[in-house]
Design a protein around this ligand. Structure first.
Ligand SMILES: [Zn+2]
Length: 435
């Protein structure tokens, strides 16, 4: 490594856990992450190997975190900004829960003061739990969405954000429905302003809520606008049995739920589909051939008793799957808690290493950003977090020998109520530190 490549840079020592797309993780005890002045990774490896390549002046810029874990920042592929304070509200199914708790609260986001306060708090909380990239549904309000982008830019995190599109549907308050032309005009204006902004850390997602609150015209327009701009599409699909039945009734001329979106031109490699729990075999194949990604939101699925994603079929069909907190149906913003629920929910154990891969490199792949974030490789952006698990168990010295045990400890014991994430960096810049 030349002096130039680390000019103004830093070296971070710790136990580096580097997830791979196959679900395994490289475990580098006494590892080192070298970060350049531009926030990119200039080297990663064992400290002894990296030290040998450097001058004394360069190694003087070393920050030593001892045996703390140095992981890629977490990637949350699905959450709802206005639902931060609706978490844990009782209703016995998705559609009742939306009508009773969610729509009335989302309507309040016409107030820019509420939007500003909530955006600041959401972004602080995401950073506190180690989430460095978040894919976020805003409300239907253009101003609230603009405010969320502004705060994300100010905080320095990475985010994909979209204003909700809804133009028809039962049980939706009139104040949340917009004529498709207005919804699209506002979405396109936000996309022009924010897609690729903030040094490429912010992206726009056209965001039809789901097929039972959108006309075919609106969905077609959203698909076309996303293709024209290179922006993302995010929506919900096949979350509950009741919702699937309603979609069948509403679109009898379509083969299935996925076909409603496919026919509207909404599916492609920049499409993020939340849930996909009740797919028929043909739907797995359609999603796979469209190259869209699906988000596993186990905490939300447990809370609303929506059902269990068939991870095995997703793997068999080579569909990219990442993790989502799906707050407010999901009660936890911490992806460690979501990983825990993800393991609890499956009929067989999913290895802790694979859950970590889903929360990092596979999430990055789902966004098409795996050349840039999600793991540690030379040239990628340095989005990383430090975790200190030593306070979680009196047997820490025995446990730390085995990486799956360490990851299992932080997944099952280190979630929402613990403060084990000590520092968070995005593109080499600190965005959170535990005080
Ligand atoms: Zn959702």
């Amino acid at each position: 490594m030349s002096t130039n490549s680390t000019g103004g840079s830093a070296l971070y020592r710790g136990r580096i856990v580097n997830p791979k797309i196959d679900g395994s993780c490289e475990d580098l005890r006494n590892g080192c992450l070298a970060v350049g002045a531009d926030g990119s990774i200039t080297d990663v490896g064992r400290w002894e190997d990296i030290k040998r390549k450097l001058s004394a002046a360069e190694t003087s810029r070393t920050v030593d975190f001892g045996s703390q874990l140095l992981l890629p920042g977490f990637i949350d592929l699905h959450l709802h900004f206005p639902q931060l304070d609706c978490r844990g509200m009782y209703a016995d199914n998705l559609l009742t829960w939306l009508a009773k708790h969610i729509y009335p609260v989302e309507a309040r986001f016409s107030d820019p003061n509420l939007a500003r306060k909530t955006a600041k708090r959401l972004l602080h909380e995401l950073a506190r739990f180690g989430t460095t990239t978040a894919v976020i549904f805003s409300s239907v309000h253009s101003e609230a969405t603009d405010i969320l982008f502004e705060e994300a830019a100010r905080r320095g995190v990475r985010a994909v954000i979209g204003k909700v599109l809804m133009d028809e549907g039962q049980n939706v308050p009139k104040t949340l429905l917009q004529d498709w032309r207005v919804g699209m005009e506002e979405s396109v204006a936000l996309c022009r302003k924010w897609h690729g902004a903030s040094d490429g850390r912010l992206y726009y997602a056209f965001s039809p809520r789901f097929a039972i609150t959108c006309s075919e015209r609106l969905m077609r327009e959203a698909g076309a606008a996303a293709k024209a701009s290179g922006a993302y599409v995010q929506t919900h699909v096949s979350e509950t049995v009741e919702e699937v039945r309603l979609v069948r009734e509403r679109f009898p001329h379509r083969r299935n739920y996925v076909d409603v979106y496919d026919s509207a031109g909404l599916l492609g490699e920049r499409t993020i589909l939340a849930h996909g729990i009740h797919f028929e075999d043909e739907e797995y194949e359609m999603v796979a051939s469209s190259k869209a990604s699906v988000v596993y939101c186990p905490s939300s699925n447990l809370f609303l008793k929506s059902g269990t994603m068939n991870l095995k079929k997703m793997r068999q069909n080579r569909i990219p799957v990442g993790l989502g907190s799906d707050i407010g149906a999901g009660p936890h913003l911490s992806l460690l808690s979501v990983m825990r629920d993800g393991i609890y929910m499956q009929p067989q154990w999913v290895k802790p290493q694979e859950m970590l891969a889903m929360a990092t490199i596979r999430g990055a792949a789902a966004l098409g950003l795996d050349k840039q974030i999600g793991s540690f490789e030379r040239g990628k952006d340095a989005d990383f977090i430090l975790i200190d698990p030593s306070t979680l168990s009196g047997r820490w010295r025995e446990i730390e020998a085995d990486l799956n045990d360490v990851l299992s400890l932080i997944i099952f014991r280190g979630g929402e109520r613990e403060r084990i994430v000590t520092k968070v960096f995005v593109k080499g810049r600190e965005v959170y530190r535990e005080s």
